[in-house]
Design a binder for this molecule. Structure first.
Ligand SMILES: O=C(O)c1cc(C(=O)O)c2c(n1)C(=O)C(=O)c1cc(C(=O)O)[nH]c1-2
Length: 253
């Protein structure tokens, strides 16, 4: 038996990568915010217009922070190829001089819901918890390893099904929602799978030690918490009816 016979024919990192992917999918199945009662109510037509306004207003802060977050992610990579692969995310949200991006599409939604765009863009009426959670996400990608920064975007693996559910559910149940104001989600149906697959391939390839794979899973758990606590805060304020001082107050609460 030569020394070469001892080399396994199956590539172990591939097996580890498959196991990692399975763990990530399990985390999503148990912790993604599609499971939150606020989303169930939103998608099943159980909210009034004021509650939908509150959701869209708060979610604007998340949307408008995503390109800032992605600029921080870019800044973590000396490797030009990774920057090239990541940078379209900024344009997807910010748009360009001659094309609209996701933030403008989100403002079409909030305007369609009757909110003044200047008020939405000011972010004055958002819940403190929204700001804390979203800022924590931006902070995370700046301070943790580049691998964890990429891994924290992996919630997008689970986004397309929630977007489909939301488009269908909100169009069916709310007379104040029409296809024109839902274009944001329609576009994400193409963008999110492409972005999520890049991030998944990246962590499969680069998380080559048990510690790195654990860090990837913890980054995804962190991000599911970022999403979940935003809905907890919305529920407390606008379903239970305890909006904190300074927060948006719909006419019909
Ligand atoms: O509607 C949703 O439930 C949802 C969730 C997520 C997510 O899982 O983080 C994103 C989005 N939408 C989204 O529209 C989006 O652009 C986005 C970017 C990112 C990210 O972490 O970089 N997540 C998400």
């Amino acid at each position: 038996m030569s020394a070469f016979d001892a080399i396994p024919t199956q590539d172990p990192p591939l097996l580890d990568a498959d196991a990692l992917e399975q763990r990530l999918r399990d985390i999503g199945a148990k912790r993604y915010h599609n499971l939150h009662p606020f989303h169930e109510m939103l998608h099943n037509g159980q909210m009034n217009k004021g509650q939908v306004q509150a959701w869209a207003l708060n979610r604007y802060y998340y949307q408008s922070s995503i390109p800032i977050k992605d600029a921080v992610v870019l800044s973590r990579f000396r490797d030009r190829q990774t920057r090239i692969a990541w940078r379209h995310r900024i344009e997807d949200h910010d748009g360009n001089t001659d094309s609209e991006g996701g933030i403008e599409r989100w403002l079409q939604l909030t305007t369609g819901l009757g909110l003044d765009p200047a008020y939405v863009e000011s972010t004055q009426g958002i819940l403190p918890a929204t700001r804390f959670a979203v800022d924590a996400y931006v902070d995370f990608v700046g301070r943790r390893s580049p691998l964890e920064a990429i891994a924290s975007s992996l919630t997008e693996l689970f986004a397309p099904s929630i977007h489909e559910q939301r488009i269908a559910g909100m169009l069916e149940h709310y007379d104040f929602i029409n296809p024109g104001v839902m274009t944001y989600f329609q576009r994400r149906l193409e963008q999110a799978p492409r972005d999520a697959n890049f991030a998944l391939d990246y962590v499969r390839t680069h998380a080559t030690t048990p510690a790195a794979r654990e860090a990837v899973c913890q980054a995804l758990i962190f991000k599911t918490n970022v999403l979940w606590v935003q809905l907890d805060a919305l529920y407390h304020a606008y379903v239970s009816g305890f909006p904190p001082p300074g927060a948006f107050r719909p006419e019909r609460l």
